[in-house]
Design a protein around this ligand. Sequence first.
Ligand code: HEM
Ligand code: HEM
Ligand code: FE2
Length: 475
Amino acid sequence: MQRQNSFKYESQRLASWYFTVAVILFGAQLLLGLVAAVQFIYPSFLYDVLDFSVARMIHINALVVWMVYAIIGSVYYLLPEETGIETVGIGIAKILFWVLTIAVAIVVLVFLFIQIGPAKTSTIWFINEGREYLEAPRWADIGIVVVVVGFVVNTFLTAIKGRRTGVITVILADLIALAGLYLAGMFYTDNIAMDQYWWWWVIHLWVEATWEVLVGAFAAYALIKIVGAKRQIVEMWLWIEVAMLFGSGILGLGHHYFWIGTPEYWWEIGALFSSLEPVPLIGMFVHVLYDWGKDKGERMGEGEEDVTSNNTPALVWLVINGFGNFLGAGVWGFFHTLPQVNIYTHGTQFTAAHGHLAFFGAYATILIAMFYMAIQGKNGIKKLRATFASKMAIFLLSFGMLGMTVALTIAGYEQVMIERAQLGGTWSAYFVAQNEVWMAQAMDWRFFMGIVMTIGFIYLVKDLWTIGRNPQNVY
Ligand code: HEM
Ligand code: HEM
Ligand SMILES: [Fe+2]
């Protein structure tokens, strides 16, 4: 087979730029996570140089930003293939990529070297806005909005001109919600309860509604591409998932309104709707496995000999996504979503266990699958086989994350029992629980599992760098 060694569309080349920055930021996220994990064990580590609060802040902001990059990249990647035409306004799109990347680089440098400012409005504008996960200063917020509006407009113009598939229609509708919600985290009030109220619109409604819908659309696209799943079936699932995700996810927001000073009726609303949230996640899980199996069976029935996927690493990451989304978001989310439980678990390491497994399982996995799709497209590979490095990356990243989740869950359980149930959740109880042996051991294990993940990440980078060039994998 003739190798093309280049993308068919400029939009896909742009996607590969977004993916490259995403991988770099993913690496930065892990590095800063390790620093924060060491500081749990040796609190004086890098004291006054890179304090825990700063390391943690960069860890979780890099997380959000790499995922936003990989999401934009994924849309630019699949857009020309779904619509059948080159992305409209691709020149502007490339300029916007550089604007965003320069803005992100400046924000990271300011976070690293200036870190904090005086309690003045200028700090909000130029250093740090102080909202967990969305700490970028106001000037960068405005830049992000401009870039994202450009991205949404490009996507729309392309969809209007080209073919509009179900996948594209869902993505279009979703991007409006995604971009619009970001605005809710941009204005400032002096009242902390009100500030948190709006902040959760971005945080919860992004990850539990709009991002989940995107993941559904990416999975649908990937299944059509790599196992040749039937579009009607995959898109039917997608519409059902969209209806369910928005149905439970929007009012499921209530599970963050239990203790921030909002009216008590949020207890019932949050309990009911957020408990329903795992249901669409089961649907997504079944969707991937069912389509894969059904399709394989049908093709075998028709006498086709080669019924394997045409991109093994992407398919494996997609299947892990089905499991991970269900476990991390569905099961670990459900554990603490009832107010009767949450009053004990709120803000413990239990929350961190859920946050890690959910972000990894629901998003990191499928975005890595999209990286592999891009490698396949770039090199014009008909069938991409998993290499040793692909397998090591899959195993070490997933096993490390599971191990970390277990360690954090044990730490959370210890906090619930000792800090909350026995000692009544006072400030001094917090410190008693922090010094318990179960907590100390869990923090050691978390660090160890972080190292395991980091080695897995190194394999992933090596694989992404080399897999497409190795003729053995191209056939
Ligand atoms: C992929 C989807 C999800 C992601 C990425 C995610 C991530 C997170 C993160 C990072 C936090 C911590 C926020 C903070 O810093 O305060 C959190 C909190 C929480 N999540 Fe999720 N989550 C997801 C889905 C779900 C689902 C489906 C449920 C319920 C069924 C759920 C229930 C909760 C609850 C109750 C909290 C509050 C914990 C507390 O009170 O400390 N999450 N989630
Ligand atoms: C080398 C691997 C990693 C290490 C050592 C690590 C370590 C940490 C540490 C120490 C914190 C602060 C926890 C606290 O405030 O008590 C944290 C927070 C967080 N990390 Fe990681 N992390 C790693 C990888 C990841 C990955 C891969 C993801 C997501 C895909 C992730 C998502 C998060 C989130 C969402 C939070 C905030 C959790 C919350 O507020 O509940 N981390 N991490
Ligand atoms: Fe939530």
